[in-house]
Design a protein around this ligand. Structure first.
Ligand code: ZN
Length: 341
């Protein structure tokens, strides 16, 4: 029995020298000093041995158990240390490297510009009024003083739907009728932002969809001077404090009189450059006094009420401010363009 114990000891110590993974180590442990291991079994059955052999076998078995347990623990520590060293080496973790930046999203430049425009008009008391993108022909044209076959309809190449009389709005002006019909006979001060759609050839200067911001003020005693002062204030806040503003005669079916509003070119300060095509002026938008017929269609008595309206193209404003040459960049989803704003 003593010889058997000694041979277990020799054999186990030898095995331990070469064992390299935790699983194999556990196996050796359970085969020797585990609950059903050889050494444990011998210790448990010492009582069955002849009386003369018991003390010697018991002592040696206990010694060997302690020795093996210590050896297994030592080996386990070594295996863990090796595993750690190996994983560090394989992972090649260099804690001194700077972290990788996380990509952060942001608002589309057109949305940024819209919000900037909202903020300026909000300061002047204009609320945002949302109107629909899919519009009735009657509201988009007829009620804005462009009856069927009116030649002015040719100015807008229209997307028609399969439903008779239902179109994609060609401008934000139909929102004027909707706002007036909702608020009449109360005074109105709103801006109507949104996407407009035109069946047009797409070029560097023309897109078939673009944002417009329409403005509408209706009340008693609203005059042309109110419109001019308001537009000039907007231009100064948008383009720069000391810029001159000029008004040119124009024609729109839904305003009378009508005008185009220009601001002095902020880039060359009126001296002339490629952005303003060497005129020194940049077009801001169209404006005018609301036509009496339109007021009437909105539910206001034109003998009592008057109003002004204007329309701005927000992508155009951005193109001028940032010298963007091609309007198609806005909807091309090219990150090289979008990440600049
Ligand atoms: Zn210029």
């Amino acid at each position: 029995m003593l010889d058997k114990l000694k041979s277990i000891r020799e054999q186990t110590l030898k095995q331990l020298e070469s064992v390299a993974d935790a699983g194999a180590l556990r196996q050796i442990e359970s085969a020797t000093v585990g609950k059903k291991g050889e050494v444990t079994t011998i210790l448990r059955t010492v009582g069955e041995l002849p009386l003369s052999e018991r003390p010697a076998v018991g002592r040696l078995a206990n010694e060997i158990r302690q020795e093996l347990e210590a050896a297994i623990a030592a080996r386990e520590e070594l295996i863990e240390a090796q595993a750690l060293a190996q994983s560090l080496e394989e992972g090649a973790l260099d804690v001194t490297l700077p972290g990788r930046p996380v990509a952060v999203g942001r608002l589309h430049p057109a949305t940024q510009m819209l919000r900037q425009v909202y903020a300026i008009w909000a300061d002047m008391g204009f609320q945002v009024y949302r109107s629909r993108d899919v519009e009735e022909d009657e509201i988009n044209f007829t009620l804005l003083n462009m009856p069927p076959h009116h030649p002015a309809r040719d100015m807008w190449d229209t997307f028609h739907t399969t439903t008779e009389g239902v179109i994609l709005r060609t401008h934000t002006s139909p929102g004027q009728i909707r706002a007036m019909r909702e608020y009449a006979p109360e005074p109105i001060r709103v801006i109507l932002p949104g996407m407009c759609y035109r069946y047009e050839q797409i070029t560097a200067r023309h897109e078939m969809q673009f944002n417009q911001v329409e403005g509408l003020a209706v009340g008693r005693n609203i005059r042309m001077t109110d419109l001019k002062g308001t537009m000039a204030e907007f231009a100064r806040r948008m383009y720069g404090e000391h810029l001159q503003v000029r008004f040119r005669c124009s024609h729109f079916p839904f305003t009378e009189p009508s005008m185009e509003v220009d601001a002095e070119c902020a880039l060359c300060e009126g001296k002339g450059c490629s952005v303003c095509k060497y005129t020194g002026w940049l077009e801001i938008g169209g404006a005018g006094m609301v036509h009496p017929v339109v007021l009437q269609n909105g539910g206001y008595d034109p003998r009592v009420f008057s109003g002004f309206a204007f329309g701005l193209g927000t992508e155009r404003i951005m193109m001028v401010k940032h010298d963007i040459q091609d309007i198609r960049a806005f909807w091309a989803n090219d990150l090289r363009f979008l990440e600049q704003f």
